[in-house]
Design a protein around this ligand. Structure first.
Ligand SMILES: [Zn+2]
Length: 394
């Protein structure tokens, strides 16, 4: 059935805002986007008074299986390095009989209520692939590999061979170089994206530069320092690039501690970057050089990370925090990260904008009296309390 969704403001993202706009849809797909005057009479009209219509949001990075550890993410923001938090997280997981799937499902429900259509979910438990089964939010699950020592890397390689689904590496400081390369090659052979935590904390860079810092002690204390790691003497992006891991299917998550040269390198390789302002703030790791990334033309998306490092999973809140951290960013740029940029990060070309042929994953944000010119400013400042409903789900 042809439907004409009409609203005072329509934000296609891929085109300028439209006053008294309309979206023509047919069986879960978008046929045309324009003014109501252009599309009236083409289908049954659904009036969305006082609303802004826009594409559903995309969460490029979460760990739903950590949702039962929300107590870790709801404390006062931490300061300094994040190794203390990693230790607490590992201990909490070890001592909990809960696999996080029930809380993960609830977290997914909350994402749906906020208008999120797609989430890239990272987990260490193979069973976590089931958290998103049958849920209205599309979940792209990646089984994450850990293995810094030669022995643990060999175990991870065996796990990866047994796995049927998509796999990924956790980070340069938790994966042996051999494991990093094998995981990336496996993803390439399946033509899948490869999300990886990159340059999240200063401690990661210290370890890579000369094998020093709090991560060195952390790894030694746990018995994974077997002498096989040779510090590459460079930053995380440069290290991964030397291993052949940075390309247009690599999604670099966080990228807080990157140099200007590394931003240029990421842009030259057409790598994707997922910003996590909320988690970065909670763990006290610093702010990513977002203005420089935007100027370099990098494809940027937004991720919440997990409830263990973020008080809430809300892409609306990530946009608000990003603008607070970087007041120079244009609101339209930030909104594009939460929608079209996210779709590009996750290679989901049928989502993230209102355009012919795209999925009709359309949301209505309650915004009485907001004009087309002010819509992206309003939405990116609204935060988690914004009222949203689904107009149509593909
Ligand atoms: Zn993460």
């Amino acid at each position: 059935m042809l439907l004409v969704h009409r609203a005072p403001v329509v934000l296609p993202i891929s085109a300028p805002p439209i006053s008294d706009g309309a979206i023509l849809t047919d069986a879960g797909f978008i046929v045309e986007v324009g003014s109501y005057a252009q599309l009236r009479g083409r289908g049954q009209v659904r009036d969305h008074e006082g609303a802004i219509l826009l594409p559903a949001l995309i969460n490029c990075h979460a760990h739903l299986e950590l949702s039962h550890l929300a107590v870790l993410g709801q404390r006062q923001p931490l300061q300094g390095d994040m190794t203390g938090w990693i230790g607490e997280l590992l201990a909490a997981r070890q001592h909990s009989a809960d696999d996080g799937s029930s809380a993960g499902r609830l977290a997914l429900d909350a994402l749906h209520e906020q208008g999120v259509a797609l989430v890239a979910d990272i987990g260490n438990l193979p069973g976590s692939a089931k958290i998103g089964e049958g849920h209205p939010v599309a979940v792209h699950f990646f089984l994450e590999m850990l293995g810094f020592s030669q022995h643990s890397a060999a175990n991870a390689l065996a796990r990866m061979q047994e796995s049927q689904g998509d796999c990924t590496s956790h980070a340069p400081y938790s994966n042996h170089a051999r494991l990093l390369v094998a995981a990336k090659q496996r993803a390439n052979s399946r033509n899948r994206i490869f999300p990886i935590h990159v340059a999240e904390s200063r401690a990661e860079i210290d370890l890579l530069l000369d094998g020093s810092g709090p991560l060195r002690s952390f790894i030694e204390e746990r018995g994974f320092w077997d002498g096989s790691f040779v510090p590459p003497g460079c930053g995380a992006v440069t290290y991964l690039d030397r291993l052949g891991i940075i390309d247009d299917k690599t999604l670099c998550v966080h990228c807080v501690h990157v140099t200007d040269e590394e931003i240029a390198l990421l842009a030259a390789r057409q790598a994707r970057v997922c910003l996590c302002p909320g988690s970065n703030r909670q763990l006290g790791v610093g702010r990513a050089p977002v203005e420089k990334m935007v100027r370099s033309g990098l494809v940027l998306g937004l991720g919440t990370d997990s409830l263990a490092s973020n008080p809430q999973l809300s892409i609306w809140e990530e946009m608000r925090l990003l603008r607070e951290d970087h007041p120079q960013l244009a609101p339209a740029t930030v909104l594009a990260m939460a929608t079209r940029g996210g779709a590009q990060c996750l290679a989901a070309g049928d989502s993230g904008e209102l355009a012919p042929g795209r999925r009709a994953d359309i949301i209505a944000a309650h915004a009485q009296g907001i004009t087309a010119g002010k819509a992206d400013d309003f939405l990116t400042n609204a935060g988690k309390n914004l009222r949203v409903r689904w107009v149509e789900e593909a």
